[in-house]
Design a binder for this molecule. Structure first.
Ligand SMILES: [Zn+2]
Length: 289
């Protein structure tokens, strides 16, 4: 099975270097450092007809050193990798939504772009202290922000969400949300609440959305999903019974679908989620099981 999109970021995050201001300043001037350019959370790509590649530009090709607010992502071998927001794309690069190209990029580049997009989204949302309301400034190479008034430190936020394929015998449960593309059905998902284990979140979400009692949640895989700030935690679970009581405020429909019908593209009664999603991975894993 192919690598799950956005999970193959091979960068050494080098967290111990984030506090070294002198080293970071030198890397921002180093012509061999590279920067992933962003604009309004869109990522720069080099679309030259051979498929998109991430627009990683050597600092030596820029007009000057990187700005102080450039985010230090880590080390690729000896080379420092940054991300920075700019107003204009250099010649040959274009800005695109990551969702549109994530599954087309080489896997390590998709992972790097997800990392940069997630951090940039948080940077854009944490300009003010949510303890006292004063301004915050970036510190630690962009991995924290400190309040100028009360000194509170704020860190990037990731929202855990469980996503689960529920099965009963040779049937699995797929649901349809109003915001899905026409005909698409997917695995059930929801955010983890305070004080809740992942397993409890699986059982609660499945019951709320479908009336199905989920048993024995089994963790399979996770996927960063920076659209804007989620971490998807993928499970399989068994159903106590093949019943259904759909909560129409959460889903427009849900169905039990036979494995044989999903395996045969000719008979498949629904459209499956996109190949870059963990939902698709959970479905494919079950189909092959
Ligand atoms: Zn404050």
């Amino acid at each position: 099975m192919r690598v799950l999109t956005y999970t193959d970021c091979r960068l050494d995050r080098a967290g111990h270097l984030r506090q070294d201001e002198a080293w970071l300043a030198a890397r921002r001037r180093d012509p061999d450092s590279v920067v992933l350019l962003l604009r309004d959370l869109q990522v720069a790509v080099d679309g030259d007809g051979r498929g998109p590649r991430l627009g990683l530009v050597p600092v030596g090709e820029l007009d000057g050193p990187l700005p102080e607010h450039a985010m230090f992502l880590g080390l690729d071998g000896e080379r420092a990798v940054f991300a920075a927001s700019v107003a204009e794309a250099p010649p040959g690069l274009a800005f695109v939504e990551l969702r549109g190209v994530g599954s087309l990029l080489p896997a390590p580049e998709a992972g790097l772009a997800a990392y940069a997009r997630g951090l940039a989204f948080w940077q854009g949302r944490q300009g003010f202290c949510n303890a006292c309301g004063a301004r915050t400034d970036p510190v630690a190479g962009g991995h924290a922000r400190r309040c100028v008034a009360c000194g509170a430190e704020h860190f990037p936020r990731t929202d855990p969400a469980v996503i689960v394929l529920v099965h009963h015998g040779d049937h699995c449960l797929l649901g349809r949300s109003a915001r899905f593309p026409e005909g698409m059905y997917s695995t059930l998902a929801g955010f983890v609440e305070p004080g809740e284990s992942l397993e409890d979140a699986v059982v609660r979400e499945v019951f709320e959305e479908s009336g199905v009692r989920a048993l024995r949640p089994r963790y399979l895989a996770s996927q960063p999903w920076p659209f804007p700030a989620s971490l998807m935690l993928g499970f399989h679970a068994e159903a106590e019974a093949r019943v259904l009581r759909v909560d129409r405020t959460e889903l427009v429909d849900a169905r039990w679908i036979a494995r044989a019908d999903l395996l045969d593209p000719e008979r498949r009664p629904v459209r499956l989620p996109s190949p870059d999603s963990i939902a698709r991975h959970l479905i494919e894993t079950w189909l092959q099981g």
